[in-house]
Design a protein around this ligand. Structure first.
Ligand code: GLU
Length: 550
């Protein structure tokens, strides 16, 4: 029996060759310098911020020179698949406007691109053709080690402080003849297919990672499994080889946890004589925790999960800016000189990533976001708030839509000016800052009056002001002059300089008066422009409100 016979025994129905597939997946016809990137998540967990950073880099690097960004569903681990994970990935890409150029969505049966299927479990035959080729060439073999045997090998290796894995004398079935292997298979013995590695652990090779720079690794001498016995699908390593070769990926952007697998991938590509893609291993995302810096954790840190940003209502722009800022050290400077440009115009340079980890800071995100939101039009903020609250605060959504024009005016307070207020980092913060503008929410309030003033003082200021002075139609100057008149009339001082010289001659000053009015109307001692707030609320509603102060 030859290795070809053995390969036919294992894969009787696989007739296509590697060459056939290479014809089906031709070189891509793209402009010079265009990159082909892919986001290749395993649907075994919900997308976290590290995944998002990789996907963003995939996207920006592809868009930079007219390349292709595609989505590949790496679902070879059926048992660990989480329901809804794929749909969520799609949702996130849509939400952040980073839709892939090629994809396949099983639920809606949508697909785009000629390099599919883009779902690994649908590519079984393709992988088998590649594995079959290796068996024929004597570069892969069926391995009959049982789980117990492998456990005991691992134990002995741990005990003897040896490298873990199936290599050298541990690779017991590596040199079985095709006849011996065929007999075991015919007897129904379970097996996996392993690579017959050709590397020498004592030899080193150089590898250039676009982010981490030049690195040196020992060659791989481990006979890694390339096909799982459970579902006959390839292992990650093997699928990476086949898919990124056939789909003509030029840049593999993936988390730094894969750096240690480089020797395996190097060997696999060499074995087939395929060109190795370029690799960009993305750094870990770190966070400050007290005075320590540690890896961000899905378990400990809500902001590690992508759901956090949508729940809080951070604008798409803010999140992408924050990620780009930590992904590339010159992004911020670029943004300053290109305030209006879409982030895809930024020339992303993997060299400018921080190999030691990317420090993610929520305060920084808040700053970016406050700045961004402050520059939007009130109508734009309204639309964003409307979309967000529809999903996350239905009652508030009803309220802002019931009073839509009014809400837009409220959102416009101190907005269209040279230095707009930077109040909100996220949409979920808005209600907490404008609630007092809605009578429906103005119930059970706690007034923040200054304790220096008695109930009688407060009552006197409010009733005199609204009965004798305040008029909704006053312009700002008139309004302010009236406030001063009221101040003097009630024995407070409207001239701050004079007040400071003789404070004991007065009950208080003009700032105290405006503060009593502010608190009386809104309950808060700090608000944006009081003049506009009063105008928007209108005298009738105000009088009603102050009549209820006890
Ligand atoms: N499926 C792998 C993961 O989710 C992808 C790694 C890669 O991008 O190659 O970690």
């Amino acid at each position: 029996m030859t290795t070809k016979d053995l390969a036919d025994l294992i894969f009787p129905n696989i007739t296509k060759t590697i060459e056939d597939y290479e014809k089906e997946y031709p070189e891509r016809d793209l402009p010079e310098g265009a990159k082909v990137t892919r986001y290749a998540p395993s649907p075994t967990g919900f997308m976290h911020i590290g995944n998002f950073m990789s996907a963003t880099i995939d996207y920006v690097m592809a868009k930079q020179n007219g390349g292709v960004f595609y989505l590949r569903n790496e679902d070879t681990d059926g048992a660990r698949e989480i329901e809804g994970a794929v749909e969520y990935i799609r949702h996130v890409l849509e939400h952040y406007n980073m839709n892939p150029d090629e994809y396949e969505y099983r639920d809606t049966q949508e697909t785009k691109g000629i390099y599919g299927p883009y779902i690994q479990s649908e590519r079984r035959d393709i992988y088998h053709a590649f594995i079959k080729h290796l068996i024929i060439e004597g570069k892969a073999y069926p391995c009959f080690l049982t789980q117990e045997e492998m456990d005991s090998i691992r134990e002995s290796q741990t005990r003897d402080k040896k490298r873990i894995g199936i290599y050298g004398r541990f690779a017991k079935y590596r040199n079985l003849s095709p006849d011996e292997a065929a007999e075991k298979i015919k007897n129904g013995e379970k097996y996996t297919i392993r690579l017959k590695s050709s590397g020498d652990f004592n030899k080193k090779f150089k590898f250039n990672d676009l982010a981490f720079g030049e690195m040196e690794f020992p060659e791989n001498d481990i006979d890694i499994p390339i096909m799982k016995s459970s579902n006959l699908l390839p292992t990650y390593h093997f699928a990476h080889l086949v898919d990124d070769h056939l789909m003509r990926t030029t840049h593999v952007i993936r988390g730094q946890e894969w750096v240690s697998s480089v020797p395996i991938h190097h060997e696999l590509f060499k074995t087939f004589g395929f060109k190795l893609p370029k690799y960009v291993h993305t750094p870990l995302i770190l966070k400050k925790d007290g005075d320590k810096i540690r890896k961000i954790s899905k378990r400990l840190d809500p902001e590690a999960r992508m759901t956090y940003y949508e729940e809080k209502g951070y604008p798409v722009y803010s999140v992408i800016e924050a990620i780009m800022t930590i992904a590339n050290s010159n992004y911020e400077a670029w943004r300053e000189s290109h305030p209006e440009a879409p982030f895809t115009e930024f020339e992303f340079s993997p060299k400018k990533m921080s190999a030691s980890g990317a420090l993610f800071d929520l305060d920084k995100l808040d700053n970016i976001s406050k700045n961004y939101i402050s520059k939007l039009k009130a109508t734009e903020v309204f639309d964003m708030l409307d979309t967000w609250s529809k999903e996350y605060d239905k009652d508030f959504n009803d309220l802002i839509n019931k009073y839509k024009e009014y809400t837009i005016e409220v959102l416009n307070i101190e907005r269209e000016q040279k230095k707009p207020r930077k109040d909100y980092a996220s949409l979920s913060e808005i209600k907490g800052q404008i609630w007092y503008m809605y009578d429906e929410l103005f119930t059970d309030v706690t007034y923040e009056f200054d304790e220096r003033f008695t109930k009688e003082d407060i009552n006197e200021v409010l009733t005199t002001y609204f009965n004798e002075f305040y008029d909704d139609n006053d312009d700002k100057d008139t309004w302010f002059n009236k406030m001063k008149e009221l101040t003097d009339k009630l024995g407070y001082c409207s001239n701050m300089k004079e007040y400071k010289e003789n404070p004991d001659n007065y009950k208080g000053n003009v700032a105290d008066i405006s503060n009593i009015i502010r608190v009386g109307v809104t309950s808060k001692s700090q608000t944006p422009d009081l003049y506009i707030i009063l105008k928007l609320l209108g005298k009738d509603r105000i009088v009603e409100r102050i009549s209820k102060i006890k």
